[in-house]
Write a protein that binds this ligand. Structure first.
Ligand code: ADP
Length: 182
């Protein structure tokens, strides 16, 4: 059973939903950088104040900042972990690589949740989070295409990539993932 997982895919692809299911079933740490940042905003912490406007515009917060959050969380005792929303660019992927070498916990599998763009936009508008309005969605999808999508090739070259058709119901996707994790 794989213990060190990563979910890759556009905003709205269902990474969070699937990561939560795997986390619950296996007591793995679910490390969603988006959720962790939103918590900081809710707490009105210094960090939260720093990232609030950036996130509401749909832009990426600084690499150093998310890296610190990821490091802090990976340092906790765990049965396994799932990264969701990190890395989002090549520089973050390289930093992650170094962190994992130091922890001696190499990444074992990457699930790439693929879904057509028009489905994504519909899903995000239905979800209605603060950063789910049309303008912000456009920004997030553009950033995704430009800076995050190259990671598909990056992880494929490392033979870690597993393609998942994410345009299906959550249960079907989940059993697909379960099979591939075994
Ligand atoms: P989604 O993938 O649906 O856009 P997330 O919850 O993963 O939602 O991310 C929401 C926002 O949090 C992003 O638009 C960005 O501002 C910030 N964020 C999350 N993860 C990262 C990251 N790894 N690097 C930079 N910014 C991030």
């Amino acid at each position: 059973m794989k213990k060190h997982l990563l979910f890759l895919g556009a905003p709205g692809a269902g990474k969070g939903t699937q990561a939560a299911l795997v986390s619950k079933a296996n007591s793995y740490l679910h490390l969603s950088t988006g959720d962790l940042l939103r918590k900081e905003i809710e707490m009105n912490s210094t960090l939260g104040k720093e990232v609030k406007d950036i996130m509401n515009r749909g832009e990426l917060v600084s690499d150093n900042l998310v890296l610190e959050i990821v490091k802090k969380n990976l340092d906790q005792d765990n049965n396994g972990w799932i990264l969701d929303g990190f890395p989002r660019n090549l520089s973050q992927a390289n930093s992650l690589n170094e962190v994992l070498i130091n922890l001696n916990q190499p990444l074992e599998i990457v699930f790439y949740l693929d879904i057509p763009e028009e489905v994504l936009i519909k899903r995000l508008l239905l979800r209605g989070r603060k950063d789910d309005n049309e303008e912000t969605i456009r920004t997030r999808l553009n950033i995704y295409k430009k800076t995050t999508e190259p990671l598909i090739r990056y992880f494929d070259d490392l033979s870690l990539l597993n393609y998942i058709d994410a345009n299906r119901d959550p249960k079907t996707i989940s059993s697909d993932i379960k099979l591939k994790m075994a």
